[in-house]
Write a protein that binds this ligand. Structure first.
Ligand SMILES: CC(C)(COP(=O)(O)OP(=O)(O)OC[C@H]1O[C@@H](n2cnc3c(N)ncnc32)[C@H](O)[C@@H]1OP(=O)(O)O)[C@@H](O)C(=O)NCCC(=O)NCCS
Length: 118
């Protein structure tokens, strides 16, 4: 299994896609996300979709580490990744690279009293 595409739905409408790629079973994977077009941005959809995808990867796919990256100039994407719990690991001229780990995510959510299921 190399990649898992996940549709982002608002009601019955597909408004974007998350792809779980570079999958190494029970070890790690990388998340990519895009909304269908700019009209869907800044409505909380990406934040909610990323939170759901992270929990899907951790729980259903049993993958304990998830990576993501974004171009340096994409400050919206950077903000959302950090908001949902990814932490910055490194950068190069064009990209910033992020990571989130299941163990730390459980601890963080527990400490914050926000052990939401989604
Ligand atoms: C990046 C993306 C997934 C985010 O999804 P979204 O639904 O637009 O994001 P949300 O509405 O959940 O949250 C947007 C947040 O960014 C903030 N924001 C908006 N514009 C911003 C900017 N230019 N710089 C920094 N933050 C910004 C908003 O205030 C909001 O933060 P808040 O909830 O703390 O107030 C989406 O915009 C997208 O698909 N973009 C195009 C593809 C892409 O960039 N993919 C990322 C990988 S390269």
């Amino acid at each position: 299994m190399k990649r898992v595409p996940l549709a982002i739905l608002r009601g019955d409408e597909i408004v974007g896609e998350i792809v779980i790629k570079h999958i190494e079973a029970h070890k790690c994977a990388t998340m990519g996300i895009s909304l269908k077009n700019a009209a869907y941005k800044d409505q909380g959809i990406g934040t909610q979709a990323e939170r759901l995808a992270i929990q899907y990867v951790f729980r259903d796919m049993d993958i304990p580490t998830l990576y993501a990256d974004t171009v340096q100039t994409n400050t919206r994407s950077r903000h959302v990744l950090e908001k949902v719990g990814f932490f910055f690991i490194r950068e190069d001229r064009d990209f910033r690279y992020y990571r989130i780990d299941r163990v730390q995510d459980i601890q963080r959510r527990s400490a914050a009293g926000t052990d939401e299921q989604a």
